[in-house]
Design a protein around this ligand. Structure first.
Ligand code: AIR
Length: 180
């Protein structure tokens, strides 16, 4: 169900996954994982708003021409990457605050969510890269019924899993009480 480029056979990237450092990869992989589940192509880069600002600008300026439709950007600490990307492109940007050692990610969250009027970044929870991937798919799905249908199926699977766990809960509660 992946969307492949007819001439190269490669999956065309519709979502760009960015991060401030490759040390964010463990978290940001969850965005890639759910986009794979939904058959949506992605590309991935580590670019820093502070350490490599010119590379960020250069990269963001090429996104539209390559057919990228949404950006998921994660950063930790003074997490300015999502905001800088949003300043440079009309594409929607979803920010992922990465949990930091010093302040548990509250610094990242506030850096990403408190954007000035006129430059929004859709911010998900701390380390919530999977949600960012789903939201990117939902944004694409607003104009693409096939993607919308895949998101609908993902939600139906989630509901079925919750219902199965609910059905198993009384028996599980009895067993856990007996084991104590
Ligand atoms: N970071 C990198 N450039 C600017 C910022 N805010 C963030 C990264 C990472 C954290 O700094 O997103 O979460 C630590 O990066 P590193 O490379 O030292 O591990």
């Amino acid at each position: 169900m992946s969307e492949t480029n007819a001439s190269t056979g490669a999956v065309a990237a519709r979502v760009a996954i960015l991060m401030g450092s490759d040390s964010d990869l463990g978290v940001m992989l969850e965005a890639a994982r759910v986009l794979n589940q939904l058959g949506i192509g992605w590309e991935i880069r580590a670019l820093s708003a502070h350490r490599t600002p010119h590379r960020v600008a250069e990269y963001v300026q090429g996104l539209e021409a390559r057919g990228v439709q949404a950006v998921v950007a994660g950063a930790g600490g003074a997490a300015h990457l999502p905001g800088v990307v949003a300043a440079l492109t009309p594409l929607p940007v979803i920010g992922v605050p990465i949990k930091s050692a010093a302040l548990d990610g509250l610094d990242s969250l506030l850096s990403i969510v408190q954007m000035p009027p006129g430059v929004p970044v859709a911010t998900v929870g701390i380390d919530a890269a999977r949600n960012a991937g789903i939201l990117a798919a939902q944004i694409l799905g607003a104009g693409d019924p096939e993607v919308r249908e895949r998101v609908r199926r993902l939600k139906a699977e989630m509901a079925a899993s919750v219902e199965a766990r609910d059905a198993a809960l009384p028996e599980r509660a009895r067993r856990e009480l007996e084991a104590r």
